[in-house]
Design a protein around this ligand. Structure first.
Ligand code: SAJ
Length: 476
């Protein structure tokens, strides 16, 4: 019997499982459960000390994701009440499913040797392999090194189950494109890349995702092309950010305002002229842009070994972009040190308030936050660093202060790291009186404040890309 026959015998997908209840898995499971096409959806979560609590929360219709996620909580309550969704740590339930997806973190242990940490993914794949039955569909949603679906994942599933991919079960990669703050919308509205190891697998996976797409449509391709598409789209975004960050550093050195230049460049419109200038800033964080370049680099090293034709002894443009974006928190540190020197305040013993610990505006997501290396540098120099964030409630080893006044009281300097809306209306005079300094320092890493207002109030100002202001005259 061919795979097509097995799938035909099974009929349309009715029961779906999602392994990994995080920023990717939870909205995916809830949307599958809300799709009329599917009868039942299980969310699989290991009952571990760190994340086992999610099981009970989800089964009560509560989302463990604290940031603003429009539509998620209501939909979750609905599908739990309808008994269409349940979260469990009983992986044997995989055996009763038609399709199972894996949304598990795929970080890098060490970026220099380009070795990804697939340990969590391996455990998930092993669980699927143990309970795999003929005709089932397995989809990898995690961002993975090109070659993983047809290589590592396929081998693991086959050795665990004794079945053969493409003959006994369908296998595909359909990379997530979620973004915190718009998880539900992105899954429904963005086009979905679907790459099967063969045409039958691509068709079966298309059936799965078509059920949750509203304005988005499925874009079919091979599994490896899907892996490259995902890693490359984040690598290109990172590259675009690195380009504007480099321009910002140049503008600072040349004494001009990068935002004027950006407006100027952006004004060149018309057919054939694509401009997608992004925004300079204090750094690039998150779970995606900080690692997907390395997945792509590893992919070409493994799949393109000895075939890549590239300028001799030249670094990868993509990795260089990573290095420039990783440098930005360091640049924020240098701006802070320079400003403190202007205030005649030694960094050793200085009090610095970081506003914004999340890596993204108006979210609670602090994974790989650019604020952390900045804080580490200052603490190494003997500074006392306080951290404020309206969304991030806790972070291992870093006390987060919820009251803005408490965080900035008596501070010598403030560093703006996240573009939270709360920081767009900071009152210079009030902040100065709370800081209690003649010339307090403010370093703007997200272009949130009007430098003139703060300088007039007696602040020493520094801003990413603001070469026109960073050597301003000190008032008062
Ligand atoms: N950032 C800048 N300047 C910008 C845009 C972003 O400095 O102009 C910084 C942000 O402050 C943040 C980091 O980059 O620290 C990442 O921001 P992001 O907006 O890229 O957020 P992510 O990483 O959550 O989302 C990206 C998106 N990828 C693309 O748009 C190609 C999203 O669509 C993906 O779904 C997501 O990665 C992912 O999960 O891969």
């Amino acid at each position: 019997m061919t795979l097509q026959d097995l799938i035909k015998k099974r009929g349309p997908i009715k029961k779906v499982g999602v392994i990994g209840m995080g920023y990717v898995g939870i909205p995916a499971a809830v949307l599958f459960a809300d799709a009329p096409a599917f009868l039942k959806v299980y969310g699989f979560q290991r009952d571990s000390p760190t994340s086992g609590y999610k099981i009970a929360m989800l089964n009560m219709g509560e989302s463990p994701l604290k940031g603003e996620e429009p539509g998620l909580e209501d939909l979750l309550k609905k599908v739990v009440a309808e008994k269409k969704f349940a979260c469990t740590s009983d992986f044997s339930k995989i055996a009763e499913l038609d399709a199972v997806t894996l949304s598990i973190q795929t970080p890098f242990l060490n970026k220099d040797d380009l070795l990804p940490d697939f340990s969590a993914l391996k455990d998930g794949i092993q669980q699927v392999g143990k309970h795999l039955s003929p005709g089932m569909l397995v989809v990898l949603e995690s961002t993975i090194t090109p070659g993983t679906t047809t290589g590592f994942a396929r081998e693991k599933l086959e050795s665990e189950s004794g079945l053969v991919a493409g003959r006994d079960f369908a296998l595909a990669h359909a990379p997530e494109r979620v973004m915190v703050g718009r998880l539900i919308r992105n899954i429904r509205e963005h086009d979905r890349i679907v790459g099967g190891i063969d045409a039958v697998s691509t068709r079966r996976a298309t059936e799965l995702y078509t059920a949750v797409l509203t304005t988005g449509k499925v874009i079919p391709m091979t599994a490896t092309a899907a892996e490259v598409t995902k890693t490359a789209e984040n690598t290109f975004r990172d590259l675009q950010i690195a380009a504007i960050n480099e321009l910002a550093l140049y503008c600072e050195a040349m004494g001009i305002n990068v935002y004027d230049v950006r407006t100027g460049i952006d004004s060149l419109k018309g057919t054939g002229i694509t401009r997608s200038l992004l925004w300079p800033g204090a750094g690039v964080g998150g779970h995606c842009l900080t690692k997907d370049t390395y997945h792509l680099e590893r992919g070409v090293q493994v799949l393109g070994k000895d075939l890549l034709d590239y300028p001799k002894d030249q670094p990868s443009l993509f990795v260089l972009a990573r290095r420039i974006n990783d440098f930005m928190p360091r640049h924020m540190y240098r701006l802070t040190i320079d400003a403190l020197a202007r205030a005649r305040c030694p960094v050793n013993g200085a009090k610095i308030a970081i506003l914004g610990w999340a890596f993204l505006s108006n979210s609670d997501d602090a994974r790989n936050t650019p604020s952390e290396p900045y804080r580490d540098d200052l603490i190494r120099d003997g500074a006392h660093v306080s951290v404020h964030d309206p969304y991030v409630k806790e972070y291992p080893g870093v006390p987060i202060i919820s009251g803005l006044d408490d965080a900035v009281r008596e501070a010598d300097a403030i560093a703006l790291f996240a573009g939270h809306r709360e920081y767009r209306a900071l009152d210079a005079v009030r902040l100065k009186s709370l800081m209690g300094k003649k010339h307090p320092v403010i370093v703007d890493g997200r272009n949130l404040i009007d430098p003139d207002v703060f300088i007039q109030a007696g602040f020493i100002y520094k801003g990413i890309g603001r070469g026109d202001m960073n050597r301003h005259e000190i008032i008062g």
